[in-house]
Design a protein around this ligand. Structure first.
Ligand code: PEP
Ligand code: MG
Length: 574
């Protein structure tokens, strides 16, 4: 049985399920006679938890864990926080748990309202500390992951960062949770620790049983149960090869992005959060092929200001130091909803009021983003990209608004790159079909296969019932990609890239190199792997393979053929 969720990445895992029940039981407020005694007990609890974090901080194996422990420790040592809790005990004559819950809840709410994504993310951490304090106060023993002796997959409704702070996680091979996206703190920690993870599978902690043997595919975002011996052996083989490939990746950091026959390509990253920047620079990316601005708009009660957007874009532009930064204008709607953006409930949101469609109707709102991008272009190699373009008229209209934004800045003598390059996402079939008509209007295309596939084969990308039809290898999809790449081929100073997930697929990469794709924009965790795979591909050989693929008539035949070629090309790594 297969269960689909949100991919957090970090590879593949096999192991026995360990269901964690991290929920704190609902507690009634207790009245106390002696508030001084209760305050003393509160102090002991806080001191004890703070000490636990101090120990974890000194023995932490990664920077992220050290920073998180340090943040928790500082929080717990805050005089104001303890005084507030003591005041609650004095005033309400209540027990320490009530005081902890009340004050920490206030703190969490304060942080969730601030106009800063980093601090907002911290509000989840407050919940984590609160739970730890309560468990300590109740005398509940912490889950001891270091005593595990078998390969284990942690399964929980929600995994808190604290769980991953334990030092000996040797037997934790995978993480599965019902709640949490790939930008949550736990996801970031899981990535730092390299633990394959899938989040967002509804009801999974109630569906699986303790001790059940399951497969976690963090890269594709699913888990599987009821595994046959053949399947287990195949997965084990894959895990072994992944490990081999992983060990060879560090050496790729400082190598140029070249095919085996020295054809230069660009391997860029998809990004959208400041917290990712260090990781991006560490793997020495060739640039950012897709900056998802929507992350800066989601999970807030009011829209971000122009200055706030500008400050983030500027930081990225400066840190990239001349390498390209492709900023996609807001791609909201579909499955990405914002409380302050008025998009009515729609029967088919993916076919509805989304991305550029909303922005073109809300000119002033759109211009805030455009001005922020333009201002940042003064600090690096910034390019603009419009999402969800389906017609030439949309490009014309968006450009008119862009011209207004430019004029507004020029009138105020605010500097920006007057020759800023402009591209569009090719993610709607009409756009891919008429790529030859559109290329003259833009400087680059970036093929968004996540949407292009769903619109081409008419499969909702979030609907697991029809997900078997959603394939990178559908001959119709491949023809649209070829048409898009061909439209750019002989155009001087123009380029074509891909920022959908297909760009990181080992089989598709061979085909894409063969079709002449120039830029591969992938998740940061995949950058070195893609670079390594590309370094093993001969572009002339790949173009022969692509030609043959175009003669095949089904997705299955194409996948099987590419699989044979991948074995020949990637050898022990595949
Ligand atoms: C895509 O559609 O391929 C893409 C990269 O954009 P998103 O996944 O944000 O829709
Ligand atoms: Mg898209």
């Amino acid at each position: 049985m297969k269960y689909l969720g949100n991919k957090v990445g970090n590879g593949l895992a096999l192991g026995k399920v360990c269901i964690l029940n991290t929920k704190i039981p609902k507690l009634e407020t207790k009245k106390v006679e002696d508030s001084n005694k209760e305050k003393e007990a509160l102090k002991n609890v806080i001191e004890s938890v703070s000490k636990d974090y101090e120990t974890l901080e000194t023995t932490a194996t990664t920077n992220e864990i050290r920073q998180l422990c340090n943040f928790y420790k500082i929080l717990l040592n805050s005089k104001a926080l303890i005084t507030s809790m003591e005041e609650v005990i004095d005033k309400e004559k209540c027990d320490k748990i009530t005081a902890i819950t009340e004050v920490m809840k206030r703190k969490e709410e304060e942080l969730s309202l601030v106009d800063n994504d980093y601090l907002k993310m911290r509000s989840k951490d407050i919940e984590d500390v609160t739970n730890k304090l309560i468990r300590k106060a109740l005398g509940i023993k912490e889950i001891d992951l270091s005593s595990l002796t078998e390969d284990t997959i942690l399964v929980s409704e929600e995994i808190s960062p604290s769980i991953l702070l334990a030092n000996n996680l040797d037997h934790i091979k995978g993480i599965v949770s019902e709640i949490g996206g790939k930008t949550s703190h736990v996801a970031i920690l899981a990535s730092t620790l390299g633990i394959p993870s899938v989040f967002g599978i509804k009801e999974i902690s109630k569906t699986l049983t303790d001790g059940e043997f399951i497969y976690v595919n963090g890269d594709e975002g699913y888990i599987e149960t009821n595994l046959t011996t053949t399947k287990i052996n195949n997965i084990k083989e894959k895990i072994k090869k992944e490990a081999l490939l992983k060990a060879s990746l560090i050496a790729m950091k400082d190598k140029a992005s070249l095919t085996k026959d020295n054809k230069s390509l660009e391997i860029t990253a998809n990004a959208g959060e400041l917290s990712e920047l260090d990781k991006l620079l560490e793997v020495n990316i060739d640039g950012i092929g897709l900056f998802r601005t929507e992350f800066l708009f989601l999970n807030r009660s009011i829209p971000p200001t122009e200055d706030y957007l500008f400050s983030i874009y500027k930081t990225f532009a400066e840190k990239l130091n001349g390498k390209p930064l492709i900023i996609r204008t807001l791609d909201i709607g579909g499955d990405k909803k914002c409380s302050y953006i008025d998009i009515k409930e729609e029967k088919n949101p993916f076919l509805g009021y989304r991305a550029i469609r909303y922005c073109l109707d809300n000119k002033e709102f759109f211009k805030v983003s455009l001005r922020a991008i333009l201002r940042a272009s003064n600090y690096g190699n910034v390019k603009i990209m419009y999402p969800m373009i389906s017609s030439l008229e949309e490009i014309y209209r968006a450009n008119e608004i862009l011209d207004e934004a430019k004029k507004e800045l020029a009138d105020k003598n605010i500097p920006f790159d007057k020759d800023i390059k402009l591209g569009i996402m090719v993610e709607i079939p009409s756009t891919a079909v008429m790529a030859d008509l559109l290329i003259d209007e833009v400087d680059f295309f970036s093929i968004g296969t996540n949407d292009l596939i769903q619109y081409t084969v008419a499969v909702d990308r979030l609907n697991p019932t029809v997900s078997n039809l959603y394939s990178f290898y559908n001959p119709g999809v491949i023809r649209l990609i070829k048409n898009t790449i061909d439209a750019v081929k002989d155009k001087k100073d123009k380029f074509v890239g891909m920022c959908g997930e297909m760009a990181a697929d080992p089989l598709a990469i061979i085909l894409l190199v063969g079709l002449g794709l120039q830029e591969f924009s992938v998740n940061v965790s995949m950058v070195l792997k893609v670079k390594k795979l590309i370094s093993m591909i001969d572009s002339k050989e790949a173009s022969k393979i692509a030609k043959h693929v175009l003669t095949l008539k089904t997705a299955k035949e194409i996948e099987q053929y590419l699989d044979i070629k991948a074995k020949e090309i990637y050898k022990e790594y595949y």
